[in-house]
Design a protein around this ligand. Structure first.
Ligand SMILES: NC(=O)c1ccc[n+]([C@@H]2O[C@H](COP(=O)([O-])OP(=O)(O)OC[C@H]3O[C@@H](n4cnc5c(N)ncnc54)[C@H](OP(=O)(O)O)[C@@H]3O)[C@@H](O)[C@H]2O)c1
Length: 237
């Protein structure tokens, strides 16, 4: 029987690579982002595999987006097995220059949206034979870097939520994982950390491989958290 995944932030970067990996291992999927052209590009790449991919333009800044996203995945596919909260936004600003608007924006996308996507998804995931939620955190969900106060706080919030969620849905058989990468070679890190040589960055495919590992592994143990860091000479993050 077909397995269905919901993936946010699939229009570029890590999310696009995850979409391709999901297609390779046979998942139908709803992919979400704001940029229609880039979503269509991802769709055309994943549909080279024998799977179905539907797109949804949704802005996670809007409070009703999580409900609309879950309604759409159920309308199109009738079921849901895997949720991957990958969409995220970052900023590099000192605290003294950070406005309420910036704080609200970063928290809405990085913390509020995954929270309510999971909440709306749980009733459908409970019906799946192998339900899995994967939230994409960051090294800043447990570290603090100068000028990344809002980004780090929002990812700490996501990590805290993910820990509680894992316990609350354990009896429903839903596995919940947090992946916390260091610098990955995407537009986001090229804007946030132009100082890092791109040769020293993690490749998006490495995150997609971790997703495949979590989706395909068997066993009695539960993996709560995977932390993957850059392997560079000076800064180990
Ligand atoms: N790159 C890194 O070094 C790194 C390290 C650790 C963790 N992460 C995390 O990994 C995830 C993916 O990051 P990335 O590096 O791939 O970033 P990216 O290339 O900037 O991609 C971000 C994705 O999030 C989507 N998104 C952003 N704001 C949105 C909104 N308001 N509504 C809907 N979708 C929105 C974007 O889609 P649209 O533009 O189409 O809306 C895009 O698909 C994020 O959660 C990020 O925090 C990244």
């Amino acid at each position: 029987m077909e397995k269905v995944a919901l993936l946010t932030g699939a229009s570029k970067g890590i999310g696009k690579t995850i979409a391709i990996q999901l297609a390779r291992i046979g998942y139908d999927m709803l992919i979400v982002g704001r940029n229609r052209d880039q979503l269509l590009q991802t769709q055309s790449e994943v549909e080279k595999y024998p799977i179905k991919c539907s797109i949804l333009e949704a802005d996670l800044l809007t409070a009703d987006a999580p409900l609309l996203i879950i309604r759409e995945v159920i309308r199109v596919f009738g079921k849901l097995d895997v949720v991957i909260n990958n969409a995220g936004v970052a900023n590099a600003l000192p605290i003294k220059e950070t406005s309420v608007e910036i704080w609200d924006k970063i928290f809405s996308v990085n913390a509020r949206a995954p929270f309510f996507i999971c909440k709306e998804a749980i009733p459908y995931l409970k019906e799946s034979p192998k339900p899995i939620i994967i939230n994409i955190g960051s090294v800043v969900d447990f570290k603090g870097y100068v000028n990344q106060s809002v980004y780090a706080s929002s990812k700490h919030a996501l990590a805290g939520f993910t820990k509680v969620l894992a316990k609350e849905v354990q009896d429903d058989g839903i596995l919940v994982h947090l992946i916390s990468p260091g610098g990955v070679n995407t537009e986001m890190v090229r804007e946030m950390r132009p100082d890092i040589d791109t040769n020293n960055l993690i490749q998006p495919e490495e995150i997609a491989e971790l997703i495949e590992f979590l989706l395909t592994r068997k066993g009695k143990g539960t993996i709560d958290h995977l932390y993957i860091r850059r392997q560079s000479g000076l800064a180990f993050d």
